[in-house]
Ligand binder design. Structure first.
Ligand SMILES: NC(=O)c1ccc[n+]([C@@H]2O[C@H](COP(=O)([O-])OP(=O)(O)OC[C@H]3O[C@@H](n4cnc5c(N)ncnc54)[C@H](OP(=O)(O)O)[C@@H]3O)[C@@H](O)[C@H]2O)c1
Length: 310
């Protein structure tokens, strides 16, 4: 079988095309492209079927496990695929590790070191118990997220663009410093003992629930499986599609009840906004995949992320 690899403008990406055996998969084609153009390793390649001129449809993305014949549409002798360079890639684990490592390391810097003298505050700093508990709470949260990244999540995509590392690190590292600066500040005023206890107790309960939600999501996929989507069930997933985001938002609420800073609440609002957008997309995707037609199960009625509002 001869495969022509062209860019979106129709220019040949691999001169003269590629000759492959008839049972070759998309993965074999990606390896062959990589052999001919060293820069384009498989995860950097996005291969689609060409669209008719003027078509407004979304192009079909070739799945690496499928046979090329499946995309041939009758003419098994040749195939044209459209190549897009996705740019340098990193694994999802690398991306998540770096974005969570920043807040895990930077927050304690504000607690343990006298950084405030560089901001013009001289003199003795008194550390309140709530600041110490907040440090433990914060570090537990980000440590848990790194552990989940390596030992719990089963990602569907192997890689993410390298540029996302810089974008996500900017988000997490900046917010980490912003919150740490105010919560560990020498002029910080603690809330009442009761409010602190309620906040941390509620937050810890939500962190543990969040871990359990991630374990339930993990169990939807088999190890080494194809990364498809299932209907999440059990625990809070019986009520809400993105229960992992719900518990994430509530655990930040717990932290903010206990520590009460404007910076913490700003982060809560921004994070809730981001997760709500993602949850809406995930909810729509599951409803589309499980539409109850042609033997497919119907997605049950559920809240998206924050019952009883959404
Ligand atoms: N504070 C913040 O700003 C913030 C923002 C985002 C996330 N977070 C935290 O980080 C955690 C991870 O975030 P995330 O966006 O990666 O979570 P996610 O996509 O909702 O889920 C985590 C894992 O479960 C898989 N999964 C989700 N739904 C599935 C389904 N229906 N069937 C099979 N597998 C499914 C995902 O697969 P895919 O690889 O296919 O997605 C992913 O590997 C969140 O739960 C939250 O605690 C915090």
């Amino acid at each position: 079988m001869r495969v022509s690899v062209v860019s979106r403008s129709g220019r040949e990406v691999v001169k003269g095309g590629i000759e492959l055996h008839d049972s070759a998969t998309v993965g074999d084609l990606q390896e062959a492209i990589h052999k001919r153009t060293k820069k384009f390793y498989p995860s950097r390649q996005r291969l689609t079927l060409p669209l008719n001129p003027g078509s407004k449809e979304k192009p079909v993305v070739l799945s690496y496990k499928k046979c090329l014949q499946d995309y041939c549409d009758g003419n098994s002798g040749s195939l044209t695929v459209v190549f897009k360079d996705l740019g340098p890639q990193v694994s999802y684990r690398t991306l998540f590790f770096w974005e969570y490592l920043g807040p895990l390391v930077l927050y304690p810097v504000f607690y343990f070191f006298d950084v405030y003298k560089y901001f013009g505050y001289e003199g003795q700093r008194i550390i309140h118990p709530v600041q110490t508990y907040a440090l433990y709470y914060w570090c537990f949260h980000y440590f848990k997220r790194i552990m989940e990244t390596f030992f719990v999540h089963r990602f569907s995509h192997a890689t993410s663009p390298l540029s996302n590392v810089f974008r996500n690190c900017a988000y997490y590292w900046t917010f980490g410093c912003y919150i740490a600066y105010y919560v560990n500040h020498p002029f910080y005023t603690p809330v009442s003992d009761l409010q602190m206890k309620i906040g941390f107790a509620f937050g810890i309960l939500c962190q543990v629930s969040n871990l359990y939600c991630h374990i339930l999501l993990r169990n939807l996929r088999s190890p080494g499986g194809n990364g498809g989507y299932q209907i999440p069930r059990g625990f809070l997933f019986n009520i809400v599609t993105c229960a992992n985001y719900t518990t994430e938002i509530y655990q930040w609420l717990g932290y903010n009840i206990a520590t009460q800073s404007v910076a913490g609440y700003v982060f809560l609002v921004v994070a809730a906004f981001i997760m709500t957008n993602w949850a809406l997309t995930k909810h729509r995707r599951l409803r589309k995949l499980f539409d109850g037609k042609e033997g497919r199960p119907k997605y049950p009625r559920r809240w998206v992320i924050l019952p009883p509002f959404l």
